[in-house]
Design a protein around this ligand. Structure first.
Ligand SMILES: [Zn+2]
Length: 454
């Protein structure tokens, strides 16, 4: 399963246009890798208590199969956000398709460009009343007891199903290290309990007599790709991975490289595997109104899906690509065919001031009008630099998510079931049905023997 965090429909249309324009074509006719998949549907993303969701309640939906409250992960809506005691009640817990796969003897793993403890990947393994509880210090800061409600990093290393993941790749070293310990690149840890969870992860795998490898840079990852240890943990930054356009490709792995190593590792299990791959920084770039970065991160996800599509056989491997929620980027104006997707619209507003083809309904890109007209953002000193902000209507420190539906693309066994307008929480149930794991196993005999659906 591939997730573009915040990868709204306008993001897809704009990203494919940028892809074509980078190749010297008009661009609109281009295709992202997963746009070639045979089935597409839409998913409704609202959460139980929120019209427009966050990445925590949506992760609970698309990984655990139940809609939840904003900010909560791996819990039903009976657990209010921040309620430690409620998160410990068995009846309030929901389990992920990764756990269902492991329980059936398959393998599982996660890959992300964010911290591996961030809300989306945490949906694969954590049960937590607040997505911000990534380290014990954060649990304590919220007034809860980390011994009663372990933080997300602790759950990943020591609890089922995270402690059985064969592959964990992303960022977030700081959540695993004590505050007095610096990581390999000099950044301090955040943990107040003095524990080094990277060492504890290695000790746990050693106790199981398994081979294991901890990587913190690209060279070590490629080494693991050659040796394929039983267990692989890669943490490449203190926090999130850097944006693809701002990183050093010699020392930092791409999402496609991470995806390839993960698939090659997990594919050794003949019973199969579940892998979650997230392009997590599309969302961050949108929140900052950094439109070029958001589109480029979308293209990185597309490249990762393309790599997976090459490595996996369509006849036995289901690929699902979706987003958790939309954003409020508009793709607007009447620009001519092939017009620069990152530029202003062909025509100006009714005061004669240019407006951007890609702009936002809200966010930090808002500029106050000096007279009666909107400011002309094309006159900014840093216009079109990577960290330039497109213009936004309502001023906000961080641009918001959007409530629009998101697309679901599918290829492989049972792909046709991902058509139509779906509840986001249906996705893992359909994947389980296709793979005959979890609740889907009950129906497995029926569907493998069933006639073609019409
Ligand atoms: Zn977000």
């Amino acid at each position: 399963m591939f997730l573009g965090d915040g990868m709204s429909l306008p993001t897809l249309a704009a990203a494919r246009t940028l892809l074509g324009q980078r190749a010297g074509r008009p661009g609109e006719e281009s295709q992202l890798s997963f746009e070639a998949f045979p089935t597409v549907g839409l998913a409704k993303t609202y959460c139980v208590d929120s019209q427009i969701p966050d990445s925590a309640c949506t992760a609970t939906a698309y990984l655990c199969g139940a809609k939840a409250n904003l900010g909560t992960i791996g819990l039903t809506a009976a657990a209010p956000r921040g309620d430690c005691a409620a998160s410990q009640r068995r009846a309030n817990r929901v389990h992920s398709v990764a756990a269902w796969a492991l329980d059936d003897g398959r393998d599982a793993g996660i890959v992300t460009t964010t911290r591996v403890t961030h809300a989306s990947p945490a949906g694969a393994y954590a049960h937590v009343a607040d997505r911000d509880w990534e380290s014990d210090a954060a649990v304590r800061a919220a007034g809860a007891d980390p011994r009663q409600c372990p933080d997300i990093a602790h759950q990943l290393v020591h609890s089922h199903p995270g402690n059985r993941f064969k592959v964990i790749l992303g960022g977030g070293r700081r959540e695993f290290l004590p505050e007095h310990v610096e990581d390999e690149e000099g950044a301090p840890g955040l943990r107040a309990d003095g524990r080094n969870l990277i060492e504890e992860w290695q000790a746990d795998k050693a106790r199981r007599n398994a081979t294991y490898h901890y990587a913190w840079n690209r060279e070590q990852l490629l080494q693991a790709n050659a040796t394929l240890p039983d267990y692989l943990l890669g943490l490449f930054e203190s926090s999130h991975l850097r944006y693809n356009l701002e990183t050093d490709p010699a020392t930092e792995p791409t999402l496609a490289e991470l995806t390839e190593v993960a698939i090659r590792s997990l594919a050794r299990n003949e019973r199969g595997f579940f892998l979650f791959v997230e392009g997590g920084r599309i969302d961050h770039a949108h929140h900052d109104n950094h439109v070029e970065l958001a589109l480029d991160e979308t293209l990185e996800l597309s490249a990762a899906v393309a790599r997976a599509a090459e490595l996996l056989d369509e006849r036995d491997s289901l690929l699902v690509v979706t987003a958790d929620h939309a954003h409020v980027m508009a793709f607007n104006g009447y620009t001519h065919r092939g017009g620069d997707i990152l530029g202003p619209s062909d025509d100006a507003d009714s005061d004669g001031v240019p407006y951007m083809t890609l702009s936002y309904a809200n966010g930090p890109g808002h500029r106050r009008a000096e007279g009666s007209k909107r400011p002309d953002v094309t006159q900014d000193a840093d216009y079109r630099e990577l960290r330039w902000r497109s213009h936004a209507d309502a001023p906000l420190a961080s641009e918001t998510h959007g409530g629009k539906d998101v697309a679901v693309f599918a290829r492989g066994p049972a792909a046709e079931l991902f058509a139509g307008v779906l509840q986001q929480s249906q996705l893992p149930h359909i994947m389980a049905y296709a793979a005959c794991v979890g609740d889907g196993a009950r129906l497995c005999d029926a569907h493998s023997a069933a006639p073609e659906r019409d």
